[in-house]
Design a binder for this molecule. Structure first.
Ligand SMILES: Cc1ncc(COP(=O)(O)O)c(C=O)c1O
Length: 373
């Protein structure tokens, strides 16, 4: 990942360096080194350490409001590695999968690595359009559908409660997996989102929920989890990768354990919610004021504005935009059918107030100059 400090890259979907909780982690590591035995330096239990899964399950119960069984959690080294492992175990090259249009561009890269045929399903304000999915299912049997059902990357949209029920029914009926990437579930800035699809996973073998500490603590930890049916957990734990390497991230999870048990993870999330809500408001006002032609649904959580510029080809700005010392992610990256060229993804997670205001100002100047040239 290139980082050029003089360019304000509003495309950057990483947390701000200032929001990475180094002090929290230092204290947690100190406690760990003062008290831990050597077990966490050994090959770990394939499913992930039992104490860690128990603490994580208790934390999840607090947020979700429904029972989470620690035996149905599997510790990963992040959502990306979870996706990759699931593709390895559940797909073969050439098989078809469905994704949302738009979808997270780097997940599309993982699917490409596995040689999968990707078919897009359109979305509207309530997320994935179920009627279209139903139609496609008459013709194609996908191995799985990849969905980001809450504060989606890049669109910010959330799948409605009613559609969640319909989606799960269809997965049972047509026997395809739902890979639900729920990494933004903990970052609402207003109303609580619908319960995660993880809720269905205990009873419905087709539903696999993927989650991560990257957005709620720090991406560098490379730590996450899968919540799924016992059959899926057994399949993951019994894979060659796990049998050879042991559980993922035993050392990191041992250090994070105390942080979850003491409530500091929860406190960190509350801080992040406050900070990101402020930044979202700043970006919203700045867009209104400086780029009034920008069309978007105001996000209610997550990291992103998905902005439509009718008539503009975002890619065409590529050769000039860096001259204005600003950048964005062009919509086409998030399309699996070469569309969405007139969209941009702008993030409000990486820069503080000053950075966001300067970035939007520069983008406004770039757009103005281009429209006049
Ligand atoms: C939807 C989505 N899934 C997965 C990831 C990556 O997660 P991880 O850092 O846990 O691999 C991101 C990061 O931007 C994301 O937006």
């Amino acid at each position: 990942m290139d980082f050029q400090p003089d360019i304000i890259d509003l495309g950057m979907g990483n947390p701000d360096f200032d929001l990475l909780p180094i002090e929290l982690l230092r204290r947690s590591a100190e406690v760990y080194f003062a008290t831990a035995d050597r077990r966490s330096l050994q090959y770990g239990v394939e499913q992930g350490d039992g104490y860690f899964r128990k603490a994580l399950a208790e934390f999840l119960v607090g947020v979700y409001g429904f029972i989470v069984d620690p035996d149905l959690l599997f510790i990963t080294s992040g959502a990306s590695s979870a996706l990759d492992l699931l593709c390895s175990l559940y797909t073969h090259p050439g098989e078809t999968i469905f994704v949302e249009e738009p979808s997270y561009f780097l997940a599309l890269r993982i699917f490409e690595d596995h040689g999968l045929q990707v078919l897009p399903i359109p979305m509207d304000g309530d997320g994935l359009i179920i009627e279209v999915l139903e139609e496609r299912l008459q013709e194609v049997h996908p191995r799985f559908i990849y969905t980001i059902p809450v504060f989606q990357n890049p669109s910010g949209r959330t799948l409605s409660e009613a559609r969640r029920v319909e989606l799960v029914d269809l997965a049972k009926q047509h026997d395809f997996l739902i890979l639900a990437d729920e990494v933004y579930q903990f970052l609402p800035y207003g109303r609580k989102p619908p319960d995660p699809l993880a809720k269905y996973s205990e009873k419905v073998e087709q539903v696999i929920s993927i989650n991560s500490f990257s957005k709620i603590l720090a991406p560098g930890l490379r730590l996450g989890w899968i919540q799924a049916h016992k059959q899926v957990i057994n399949r993951l734990s019994g894979s060659g990768l796990l049998e050879s390497g042991g559980g993922m991230s035993p050392f990191t999870s041992a250090q994070i354990l105390g942080l979850i048990q003491s409530g500091q993870l929860h406190a960190n999330i509350i801080n992040l919610q406050k900070e990101y809500a402020t930044r979202l408001g700043i970006m919203d006002s700045a867009l209104h004021e400086k780029i009034p032609q920008a069309e978007y649904e105001k996000p209610q959580g997550g990291f992103f504005f998905w902005v439509h510029f009718p008539g503009l080809e975002a890619k065409a700005l590529r050769p000039i935009v860096n001259r204005y010392k600003v950048d964005f992610r062009e919509g086409g990256l998030f399309s699996s059918e070469g569309g969405l060229q007139d969209f941009m993804r702008l993030s409000f997670c990486f820069y503080n107030q000053e950075g966001i205001l300067t970035g939007i100002d520069r983008l406004a100047t770039c757009l103005k100059d281009r429209s006049q040239s």
